[in-house]
Design a protein around this ligand. Structure first.
Ligand code: ATP
Ligand code: MG
Length: 456
Protein backbone atom coordinates (compact mmCIF):
# COMPACT_ATOMS: atom_id res chain seq x y z
CA UNK A 1 0.00 0.00 0.00
CA UNK A 2 2.78 2.39 1.06
CA UNK A 3 4.88 1.34 -1.93
CA UNK A 4 1.92 1.98 -4.16
CA UNK A 5 1.42 5.40 -2.59
CA UNK A 6 5.08 6.34 -3.07
CA UNK A 7 4.98 5.14 -6.67
CA UNK A 8 1.89 7.24 -7.24
CA UNK A 9 3.55 10.30 -5.68
CA UNK A 10 6.63 9.86 -7.85
CA UNK A 11 4.56 9.14 -10.92
CA UNK A 12 6.27 5.75 -11.39
CA UNK A 13 4.27 3.25 -13.40
CA UNK A 14 4.30 -0.37 -12.26
CA UNK A 15 6.97 -2.18 -14.27
CA UNK A 16 6.32 -5.43 -16.05
CA UNK A 17 8.71 -8.25 -15.16
CA UNK A 18 11.00 -9.94 -17.67
CA UNK A 19 8.54 -12.78 -18.20
CA UNK A 20 5.80 -10.26 -18.99
CA UNK A 21 4.11 -10.71 -15.63
CA UNK A 22 3.03 -7.67 -13.77
CA UNK A 23 3.68 -7.87 -10.03
CA UNK A 24 1.35 -5.02 -9.21
CA UNK A 25 -2.25 -5.76 -9.93
CA UNK A 26 -4.99 -3.21 -10.02
CA UNK A 27 -6.98 -3.66 -6.83
CA UNK A 28 -10.65 -3.15 -7.49
CA UNK A 29 -13.02 -2.45 -4.62
CA UNK A 30 -16.58 -3.75 -4.44
CA UNK A 31 -17.75 -0.34 -5.65
CA UNK A 32 -15.50 -0.57 -8.70
CA UNK A 33 -16.12 -4.16 -9.76
CA UNK A 34 -19.75 -4.37 -8.67
CA UNK A 35 -19.78 -8.14 -8.05
CA UNK A 36 -22.95 -9.32 -6.38
CA UNK A 37 -21.71 -11.55 -3.51
CA UNK A 38 -24.97 -13.53 -3.66
CA UNK A 39 -23.79 -15.08 -6.93
CA UNK A 40 -20.98 -16.81 -5.06
CA UNK A 41 -21.42 -20.40 -3.94
CA UNK A 42 -21.20 -21.04 -0.21
CA UNK A 43 -18.68 -23.80 -0.90
CA UNK A 44 -16.36 -21.43 -2.74
CA UNK A 45 -16.45 -19.15 0.31
CA UNK A 46 -15.88 -22.16 2.56
CA UNK A 47 -12.75 -23.19 0.65
CA UNK A 48 -11.19 -19.72 0.46
CA UNK A 49 -12.01 -19.08 4.11
CA UNK A 50 -10.50 -22.37 5.32
CA UNK A 51 -7.33 -21.74 3.35
CA UNK A 52 -7.06 -18.17 4.60
CA UNK A 53 -7.68 -19.19 8.22
CA UNK A 54 -4.75 -21.56 7.85
CA UNK A 55 -2.45 -18.78 6.74
CA UNK A 56 -2.63 -19.25 2.98
CA UNK A 57 -3.69 -16.90 0.23
CA UNK A 58 -6.86 -18.01 -1.53
CA UNK A 59 -8.98 -16.51 -4.27
CA UNK A 60 -11.77 -17.39 -6.62
CA UNK A 61 -10.15 -17.25 -10.04
CA UNK A 62 -10.62 -17.58 -13.78
CA UNK A 63 -13.96 -18.12 -15.44
CA UNK A 64 -15.90 -17.71 -12.21
CA UNK A 65 -14.58 -14.15 -11.68
CA UNK A 66 -15.24 -13.35 -15.32
CA UNK A 67 -18.82 -14.57 -14.99
CA UNK A 68 -19.33 -12.73 -11.68
CA UNK A 69 -18.15 -9.52 -13.31
CA UNK A 70 -20.61 -10.11 -16.12
CA UNK A 71 -23.37 -10.62 -13.56
CA UNK A 72 -23.75 -14.30 -14.46
CA UNK A 73 -23.92 -17.05 -11.84
CA UNK A 74 -20.80 -19.16 -12.45
CA UNK A 75 -21.43 -22.83 -13.20
CA UNK A 76 -18.37 -23.82 -11.22
CA UNK A 77 -15.74 -22.22 -9.06
CA UNK A 78 -11.99 -22.52 -9.37
CA UNK A 79 -9.83 -21.51 -6.46
CA UNK A 80 -6.18 -20.41 -6.64
CA UNK A 81 -3.91 -20.54 -3.63
CA UNK A 82 -0.28 -20.46 -2.57
CA UNK A 83 -0.79 -23.70 -0.60
CA UNK A 84 0.71 -26.75 -2.30
CA UNK A 85 -1.62 -29.58 -3.38
CA UNK A 86 -0.58 -31.61 -0.31
CA UNK A 87 -1.24 -28.68 2.01
CA UNK A 88 -4.67 -28.18 0.43
CA UNK A 89 -5.51 -31.87 0.68
CA UNK A 90 -4.81 -31.89 4.42
CA UNK A 91 -7.39 -29.17 5.10
CA UNK A 92 -10.43 -30.88 3.57
CA UNK A 93 -12.07 -34.16 4.35
CA UNK A 94 -12.82 -35.08 0.74
CA UNK A 95 -9.93 -33.77 -1.32
CA UNK A 96 -8.10 -35.59 -4.10
CA UNK A 97 -4.95 -34.66 -5.95
CA UNK A 98 -5.45 -35.30 -9.65
CA UNK A 99 -3.80 -34.53 -12.99
CA UNK A 100 -0.44 -35.06 -14.53
CA UNK A 101 0.06 -32.16 -16.85
CA UNK A 102 -1.14 -29.81 -14.13
CA UNK A 103 -1.62 -31.18 -10.65
CA UNK A 104 -4.78 -29.85 -9.03
CA UNK A 105 -6.89 -30.71 -6.01
CA UNK A 106 -10.54 -31.65 -6.27
CA UNK A 107 -12.38 -30.64 -3.12
CA UNK A 108 -15.82 -32.20 -2.84
CA UNK A 109 -18.84 -31.17 -0.79
CA UNK A 110 -21.64 -33.59 -1.60
CA UNK A 111 -22.05 -33.36 -5.39
CA UNK A 112 -20.30 -30.01 -5.57
CA UNK A 113 -16.74 -30.11 -6.85
CA UNK A 114 -14.25 -27.27 -6.56
CA UNK A 115 -10.91 -27.21 -8.31
CA UNK A 116 -8.12 -25.82 -6.23
CA UNK A 117 -4.88 -24.95 -8.02
CA UNK A 118 -1.60 -23.83 -6.59
CA UNK A 119 -0.19 -20.64 -8.15
CA UNK A 120 1.91 -21.70 -11.13
CA UNK A 121 5.40 -20.29 -11.54
CA UNK A 122 7.07 -18.96 -14.68
CA UNK A 123 7.06 -21.83 -17.18
CA UNK A 124 10.72 -21.33 -18.07
CA UNK A 125 12.47 -23.61 -20.50
CA UNK A 126 12.63 -26.39 -17.96
CA UNK A 127 9.13 -27.79 -18.45
CA UNK A 128 9.03 -30.73 -20.87
CA UNK A 129 7.62 -29.94 -24.31
CA UNK A 130 6.85 -31.96 -27.43
CA UNK A 131 8.68 -31.33 -30.70
CA UNK A 132 6.18 -28.58 -31.63
CA UNK A 133 6.71 -26.65 -28.40
CA UNK A 134 3.58 -27.88 -26.64
CA UNK A 135 4.09 -27.96 -22.88
CA UNK A 136 3.63 -31.52 -21.67
CA UNK A 137 3.89 -31.15 -17.91
CA UNK A 138 4.16 -28.18 -15.68
CA UNK A 139 4.02 -28.31 -11.96
CA UNK A 140 6.35 -25.47 -11.03
CA UNK A 141 4.76 -23.41 -8.33
CA UNK A 142 5.25 -19.67 -8.04
CA UNK A 143 3.93 -16.27 -7.09
CA UNK A 144 0.48 -14.98 -7.81
CA UNK A 145 1.66 -12.56 -10.51
CA UNK A 146 3.42 -15.47 -12.25
CA UNK A 147 0.24 -17.47 -12.05
CA UNK A 148 -1.66 -14.59 -13.65
CA UNK A 149 0.66 -14.38 -16.65
CA UNK A 150 0.24 -18.11 -17.29
CA UNK A 151 -3.51 -17.84 -17.68
CA UNK A 152 -4.95 -17.65 -21.16
CA UNK A 153 -6.95 -14.42 -21.55
CA UNK A 154 -6.93 -11.11 -19.69
CA UNK A 155 -10.55 -11.63 -18.64
CA UNK A 156 -9.65 -15.05 -17.18
CA UNK A 157 -6.74 -13.74 -15.11
CA UNK A 158 -8.51 -11.96 -12.28
CA UNK A 159 -8.66 -13.04 -8.64
CA UNK A 160 -11.55 -12.37 -6.28
CA UNK A 161 -11.19 -12.50 -2.53
CA UNK A 162 -14.64 -13.10 -1.03
CA UNK A 163 -13.45 -11.95 2.42
CA UNK A 164 -12.32 -8.47 1.43
CA UNK A 165 -14.53 -8.40 -1.69
CA UNK A 166 -11.67 -7.12 -3.78
CA UNK A 167 -10.64 -8.14 -7.29
CA UNK A 168 -6.97 -8.28 -8.27
CA UNK A 169 -6.58 -7.50 -11.95
CA UNK A 170 -3.09 -8.16 -13.35
CA UNK A 171 -3.62 -7.76 -17.08
CA UNK A 172 -6.34 -5.21 -17.64
CA UNK A 173 -9.09 -7.81 -17.64
CA UNK A 174 -11.66 -5.42 -16.24
CA UNK A 175 -11.13 -2.94 -19.07
CA UNK A 176 -11.44 -5.80 -21.59
CA UNK A 177 -14.63 -7.02 -19.94
CA UNK A 178 -16.05 -3.52 -20.32
CA UNK A 179 -14.95 -3.34 -23.96
CA UNK A 180 -16.07 -6.94 -24.57
CA UNK A 181 -12.70 -7.95 -25.92
CA UNK A 182 -10.95 -11.29 -25.77
CA UNK A 183 -7.24 -10.73 -25.57
CA UNK A 184 -4.63 -13.39 -25.00
CA UNK A 185 -1.95 -12.65 -22.42
CA UNK A 186 1.60 -12.43 -23.81
CA UNK A 187 2.73 -13.13 -27.36
CA UNK A 188 -0.16 -14.90 -29.13
CA UNK A 189 2.01 -17.18 -31.30
CA UNK A 190 3.99 -18.38 -28.29
CA UNK A 191 0.86 -18.98 -26.23
CA UNK A 192 -0.81 -21.03 -28.98
CA UNK A 193 2.36 -23.03 -29.47
CA UNK A 194 2.54 -23.88 -25.76
CA UNK A 195 -1.06 -25.03 -25.86
CA UNK A 196 -2.95 -25.10 -29.18
CA UNK A 197 -6.25 -25.78 -27.39
CA UNK A 198 -6.24 -22.08 -26.51
CA UNK A 199 -7.29 -21.43 -30.12
CA UNK A 200 -10.47 -23.41 -29.52
CA UNK A 201 -10.99 -21.66 -26.21
CA UNK A 202 -10.86 -18.23 -27.86
CA UNK A 203 -13.57 -19.29 -30.23
CA UNK A 204 -15.75 -20.73 -27.49
CA UNK A 205 -15.51 -17.65 -25.28
CA UNK A 206 -16.04 -15.25 -28.17
CA UNK A 207 -19.21 -17.06 -29.22
CA UNK A 208 -20.50 -17.65 -25.72
CA UNK A 209 -19.84 -14.18 -24.33
CA UNK A 210 -20.42 -12.41 -27.62
CA UNK A 211 -17.04 -10.72 -27.30
CA UNK A 212 -14.81 -9.55 -30.14
CA UNK A 213 -11.46 -11.24 -30.55
CA UNK A 214 -8.64 -8.72 -30.41
CA UNK A 215 -6.89 -8.48 -33.80
CA UNK A 216 -3.47 -9.63 -32.55
CA UNK A 217 -5.07 -12.54 -30.69
CA UNK A 218 -6.96 -13.68 -33.77
CA UNK A 219 -4.27 -13.06 -36.42
CA UNK A 220 -2.09 -16.19 -35.99
CA UNK A 221 -4.96 -18.64 -35.54
CA UNK A 222 -5.63 -19.63 -39.14
CA UNK A 223 -1.91 -20.26 -39.71
CA UNK A 224 -1.35 -22.10 -36.46
CA UNK A 225 -4.56 -24.13 -36.63
CA UNK A 226 -2.84 -27.37 -37.73
CA UNK A 227 -1.02 -27.50 -34.38
CA UNK A 228 -4.25 -28.78 -32.89
CA UNK A 229 -3.50 -32.08 -34.65
CA UNK A 230 -0.67 -32.70 -32.19
CA UNK A 231 -2.90 -32.40 -29.15
CA UNK A 232 -4.10 -35.73 -27.78
CA UNK A 233 -7.52 -36.56 -29.23
CA UNK A 234 -9.12 -36.94 -25.83
CA UNK A 235 -8.30 -33.35 -24.91
CA UNK A 236 -9.60 -32.01 -28.22
CA UNK A 237 -12.72 -34.05 -27.71
CA UNK A 238 -13.24 -32.55 -24.24
CA UNK A 239 -12.87 -29.07 -25.65
CA UNK A 240 -15.23 -29.87 -28.52
CA UNK A 241 -17.76 -31.12 -26.04
CA UNK A 242 -17.46 -27.90 -24.04
CA UNK A 243 -17.89 -25.98 -27.24
CA UNK A 244 -20.95 -27.92 -28.33
CA UNK A 245 -22.46 -27.79 -24.86
CA UNK A 246 -21.76 -24.13 -24.23
CA UNK A 247 -25.34 -23.19 -25.00
CA UNK A 248 -23.99 -21.39 -28.08
CA UNK A 249 -22.94 -24.31 -30.23
CA UNK A 250 -24.11 -22.87 -33.53
CA UNK A 251 -22.37 -19.56 -32.87
CA UNK A 252 -19.21 -21.46 -31.86
CA UNK A 253 -19.16 -23.46 -35.07
CA UNK A 254 -19.68 -20.33 -37.13
CA UNK A 255 -16.83 -18.68 -35.26
CA UNK A 256 -14.60 -21.72 -35.82
CA UNK A 257 -15.22 -21.35 -39.51
CA UNK A 258 -14.52 -17.61 -39.35
CA UNK A 259 -11.19 -18.21 -37.66
CA UNK A 260 -10.23 -20.87 -40.19
CA UNK A 261 -10.26 -23.55 -37.54
CA UNK A 262 -12.83 -25.90 -38.95
CA UNK A 263 -11.22 -27.37 -42.00
CA UNK A 264 -9.38 -30.64 -41.94
CA UNK A 265 -8.80 -30.39 -38.23
CA UNK A 266 -11.39 -32.66 -36.83
CA UNK A 267 -13.17 -35.22 -38.91
CA UNK A 268 -16.33 -34.60 -36.97
CA UNK A 269 -16.30 -30.90 -37.72
CA UNK A 270 -15.83 -31.51 -41.40
CA UNK A 271 -18.84 -33.73 -41.35
CA UNK A 272 -20.89 -31.27 -39.41
CA UNK A 273 -19.97 -28.15 -41.30
CA UNK A 274 -19.65 -29.47 -44.77
CA UNK A 275 -22.54 -31.78 -45.35
CA UNK A 276 -25.03 -29.99 -47.54
CA UNK A 277 -27.77 -32.56 -47.08
CA UNK A 278 -27.68 -32.77 -43.34
CA UNK A 279 -27.26 -29.06 -42.73
CA UNK A 280 -30.83 -28.48 -41.68
CA UNK A 281 -30.79 -31.48 -39.39
CA UNK A 282 -27.53 -30.42 -37.75
CA UNK A 283 -28.74 -26.83 -37.41
CA UNK A 284 -31.91 -28.06 -35.73
CA UNK A 285 -30.00 -30.42 -33.46
CA UNK A 286 -27.67 -27.66 -32.35
CA UNK A 287 -30.47 -25.14 -31.88
CA UNK A 288 -32.28 -27.74 -29.81
CA UNK A 289 -29.15 -28.39 -27.73
CA UNK A 290 -28.52 -24.68 -27.21
CA UNK A 291 -32.09 -24.16 -26.10
CA UNK A 292 -32.00 -27.05 -23.64
CA UNK A 293 -28.75 -25.83 -22.12
CA UNK A 294 -29.97 -22.28 -21.84
CA UNK A 295 -33.05 -23.58 -20.03
CA UNK A 296 -30.78 -25.46 -17.62
CA UNK A 297 -31.81 -28.89 -18.97
CA UNK A 298 -29.32 -31.68 -19.52
CA UNK A 299 -28.04 -32.80 -22.90
CA UNK A 300 -26.38 -36.13 -23.37
CA UNK A 301 -23.19 -36.18 -25.43
CA UNK A 302 -24.42 -39.35 -27.12
CA UNK A 303 -27.60 -37.65 -28.35
CA UNK A 304 -25.59 -34.72 -29.58
CA UNK A 305 -23.06 -36.81 -31.47
CA UNK A 306 -25.75 -39.15 -32.77
CA UNK A 307 -27.42 -36.06 -34.27
CA UNK A 308 -24.24 -34.59 -35.68
CA UNK A 309 -23.31 -37.80 -37.43
CA UNK A 310 -26.77 -38.95 -38.47
CA UNK A 311 -26.57 -37.84 -42.05
CA UNK A 312 -23.30 -39.61 -42.52
CA UNK A 313 -25.09 -42.72 -41.29
CA UNK A 314 -28.04 -42.10 -43.62
CA UNK A 315 -25.74 -41.72 -46.60
CA UNK A 316 -23.99 -44.99 -45.87
CA UNK A 317 -27.28 -46.68 -45.01
CA UNK A 318 -28.59 -45.75 -48.47
CA UNK A 319 -25.39 -47.00 -50.07
CA UNK A 320 -25.62 -50.38 -48.35
CA UNK A 321 -29.26 -50.73 -49.33
CA UNK A 322 -28.46 -49.78 -52.91
CA UNK A 323 -25.84 -52.52 -52.84
CA UNK A 324 -28.58 -55.01 -51.98
CA UNK A 325 -28.46 -55.16 -48.19
CA UNK A 326 -31.70 -55.36 -46.19
CA UNK A 327 -32.66 -52.20 -44.38
CA UNK A 328 -31.95 -53.16 -40.76
CA UNK A 329 -28.58 -54.82 -41.31
CA UNK A 330 -27.69 -51.98 -43.67
CA UNK A 331 -28.33 -49.50 -40.87
CA UNK A 332 -26.08 -51.44 -38.51
CA UNK A 333 -23.32 -51.63 -41.10
CA UNK A 334 -23.59 -47.90 -41.68
CA UNK A 335 -23.44 -47.26 -37.93
CA UNK A 336 -20.35 -49.47 -37.69
CA UNK A 337 -18.59 -47.54 -40.43
CA UNK A 338 -19.31 -44.15 -38.92
CA UNK A 339 -18.49 -45.19 -35.37
CA UNK A 340 -15.26 -46.88 -36.38
CA UNK A 341 -13.98 -43.77 -38.10
CA UNK A 342 -15.11 -41.35 -35.45
CA UNK A 343 -14.13 -43.44 -32.44
CA UNK A 344 -10.52 -43.44 -33.53
CA UNK A 345 -10.43 -39.90 -34.76
CA UNK A 346 -12.22 -38.35 -31.86
CA UNK A 347 -11.53 -40.61 -28.96
CA UNK A 348 -15.28 -41.10 -28.66
CA UNK A 349 -15.69 -43.13 -25.54
CA UNK A 350 -17.08 -46.61 -26.01
CA UNK A 351 -20.12 -45.90 -23.88
CA UNK A 352 -21.01 -42.84 -25.97
CA UNK A 353 -20.59 -44.87 -29.16
CA UNK A 354 -22.83 -47.63 -27.84
CA UNK A 355 -25.54 -45.15 -26.87
CA UNK A 356 -25.35 -43.47 -30.28
CA UNK A 357 -25.83 -46.81 -31.97
CA UNK A 358 -28.91 -47.52 -29.84
CA UNK A 359 -30.48 -44.21 -30.79
CA UNK A 360 -29.89 -44.86 -34.50
CA UNK A 361 -30.98 -48.48 -34.35
CA UNK A 362 -34.29 -47.55 -32.75
CA UNK A 363 -35.31 -45.31 -35.66
CA UNK A 364 -36.77 -47.93 -38.02
CA UNK A 365 -38.65 -49.44 -35.11
CA UNK A 366 -40.81 -46.33 -34.85
CA UNK A 367 -42.19 -47.14 -38.26
CA UNK A 368 -43.79 -50.34 -37.02
CA UNK A 369 -47.05 -49.19 -35.56
CA UNK A 370 -48.90 -52.51 -35.36
CA UNK A 371 -49.46 -55.22 -32.82
CA UNK A 372 -47.34 -55.30 -29.70
CA UNK A 373 -44.30 -53.56 -31.16
CA UNK A 374 -45.18 -50.01 -30.06
CA UNK A 375 -45.87 -51.26 -26.52
CA UNK A 376 -42.48 -52.93 -26.43
CA UNK A 377 -40.86 -49.70 -27.47
CA UNK A 378 -42.51 -47.92 -24.54
CA UNK A 379 -40.52 -50.14 -22.18
CA UNK A 380 -37.23 -49.51 -23.90
CA UNK A 381 -34.81 -47.53 -21.74
CA UNK A 382 -33.63 -45.65 -24.83
CA UNK A 383 -37.15 -44.53 -25.76
CA UNK A 384 -36.83 -40.93 -24.63
CA UNK A 385 -33.64 -40.13 -26.49
CA UNK A 386 -34.71 -42.07 -29.57
CA UNK A 387 -38.11 -40.40 -29.63
CA UNK A 388 -36.51 -36.95 -29.31
CA UNK A 389 -34.28 -37.97 -32.18
CA UNK A 390 -37.32 -39.04 -34.21
CA UNK A 391 -38.88 -35.61 -33.63
CA UNK A 392 -35.73 -33.98 -34.97
CA UNK A 393 -35.98 -36.09 -38.10
CA UNK A 394 -39.60 -34.98 -38.49
CA UNK A 395 -38.76 -31.33 -37.92
CA UNK A 396 -36.00 -31.41 -40.51
CA UNK A 397 -38.38 -32.82 -43.11
CA UNK A 398 -36.49 -36.08 -43.37
CA UNK A 399 -39.59 -38.06 -42.48
CA UNK A 400 -43.28 -37.30 -42.34
CA UNK A 401 -44.29 -35.15 -39.36
CA UNK A 402 -47.30 -37.42 -38.89
CA UNK A 403 -45.17 -40.23 -37.49
CA UNK A 404 -43.80 -38.00 -34.74
CA UNK A 405 -47.28 -36.75 -33.88
CA UNK A 406 -48.55 -40.32 -33.73
CA UNK A 407 -45.79 -41.29 -31.30
CA UNK A 408 -46.33 -38.24 -29.14
CA UNK A 409 -49.99 -39.20 -28.84
CA UNK A 410 -49.10 -42.83 -28.19
CA UNK A 411 -46.52 -42.06 -25.50
CA UNK A 412 -48.73 -39.53 -23.75
CA UNK A 413 -51.98 -41.45 -24.20
CA UNK A 414 -53.77 -43.77 -21.75
CA UNK A 415 -54.58 -47.42 -22.53
CA UNK A 416 -57.74 -46.63 -24.46
CA UNK A 417 -56.18 -43.85 -26.49
CA UNK A 418 -53.29 -46.10 -27.38
CA UNK A 419 -55.59 -48.84 -28.59
CA UNK A 420 -57.51 -46.34 -30.67
CA UNK A 421 -54.31 -45.06 -32.21
CA UNK A 422 -53.40 -48.58 -33.22
CA UNK A 423 -56.84 -49.23 -34.67
CA UNK A 424 -56.96 -45.90 -36.44
CA UNK A 425 -53.66 -46.49 -38.15
CA UNK A 426 -53.20 -50.22 -38.23
CA UNK A 427 -51.44 -50.26 -41.55
CA UNK A 428 -50.00 -46.81 -41.59
CA UNK A 429 -46.84 -46.70 -43.62
CA UNK A 430 -45.45 -43.98 -41.33
CA UNK A 431 -42.58 -43.70 -43.68
CA UNK A 432 -41.31 -40.52 -45.11
CA UNK A 433 -41.34 -39.56 -48.73
CA UNK A 434 -37.58 -39.97 -48.60
CA UNK A 435 -37.96 -43.49 -47.30
CA UNK A 436 -40.44 -44.26 -50.04
CA UNK A 437 -38.02 -43.04 -52.64
CA UNK A 438 -35.36 -45.24 -51.12
CA UNK A 439 -37.59 -48.24 -51.54
CA UNK A 440 -38.27 -47.36 -55.13
CA UNK A 441 -34.56 -47.17 -55.80
CA UNK A 442 -33.84 -50.57 -54.35
CA UNK A 443 -33.12 -53.34 -56.74
CA UNK A 444 -36.32 -55.19 -57.66
CA UNK A 445 -34.61 -58.47 -56.92
CA UNK A 446 -34.93 -57.74 -53.21
CA UNK A 447 -37.90 -58.52 -51.05
CA UNK A 448 -38.51 -56.43 -47.94
CA UNK A 449 -36.98 -57.78 -44.83
CA UNK A 450 -39.42 -59.07 -42.22
CA UNK A 451 -38.50 -56.11 -40.03
CA UNK A 452 -39.53 -53.64 -42.70
CA UNK A 453 -42.67 -55.53 -43.58
CA UNK A 454 -44.03 -54.80 -40.11
CA UNK A 455 -44.06 -51.13 -40.85
CA UNK A 456 -45.71 -51.36 -44.22
P1 ATP B 1 -15.67 -22.22 -18.32
O1 ATP B 1 -15.49 -23.03 -17.06
O2 ATP B 1 -16.83 -21.30 -18.34
O3 ATP B 1 -15.57 -23.04 -19.52
P2 ATP B 1 -13.15 -21.15 -17.54
O4 ATP B 1 -12.43 -19.90 -17.97
O5 ATP B 1 -13.47 -21.29 -16.10
O6 ATP B 1 -14.42 -21.23 -18.43
P3 ATP B 1 -11.69 -23.56 -17.23
O7 ATP B 1 -11.32 -24.56 -18.25
O8 ATP B 1 -12.59 -23.95 -16.13
O9 ATP B 1 -12.30 -22.36 -18.05
O10 ATP B 1 -10.34 -22.97 -16.66
C1 ATP B 1 -10.26 -22.17 -15.50
C2 ATP B 1 -9.18 -21.12 -15.67
O11 ATP B 1 -7.91 -21.73 -15.86
C3 ATP B 1 -9.35 -20.21 -16.89
O12 ATP B 1 -10.21 -19.14 -16.61
C4 ATP B 1 -7.93 -19.77 -17.14
O13 ATP B 1 -7.55 -18.76 -16.25
C5 ATP B 1 -7.14 -21.02 -16.80
N1 ATP B 1 -6.96 -21.87 -17.99
C6 ATP B 1 -7.71 -22.92 -18.38
N2 ATP B 1 -7.25 -23.48 -19.49
C7 ATP B 1 -6.14 -22.81 -19.82
C8 ATP B 1 -5.19 -22.92 -20.87
N3 ATP B 1 -5.31 -23.85 -21.80
N4 ATP B 1 -4.16 -22.04 -20.87
C9 ATP B 1 -4.03 -21.11 -19.91
N5 ATP B 1 -4.90 -20.95 -18.93
C10 ATP B 1 -5.94 -21.76 -18.86
MG1 MG C 1 -14.32 -23.01 -15.12
Amino acid sequence: MIKKFIRKMLGVKPQANIDGSNSHPKVLSAMEHGIDPRLLSSNAIRVTQTLQENGYKAFVVGGAVRDLLLGVKPKDFDIATNATPEQVKRLFRRAFIIGRRFQIVHVMFGQDLLEVTTFRGAAGDASPKDEHGRVLRDNTFGEQHEDAVRRDFTINAMYYDPASQTVLDYHGGMADIRKKILRIIGVPEARYREDPVRMLRVVRFAAKLQFTIDAATSAPISVMAPLINNVPNARVFDEMLKLLMSGHAMACLQQLRKEGLHHGLMPLLDVVLEQPKGEKFVALALANTDERIQLGKTVSPSFLFASLLWHQVVEKWDAYKAAGEFSIPALHLAADDVLNTQTDALALQRKIGADMRDIWAMQPRFEKRVGKTPYKLLENTRLRASYDFLLLRCASGEIDAEIGEWWTAFIEGDELEREQLLIAKPKSPGAAPVAKKRRARRSPAHKSSPAEAGGE
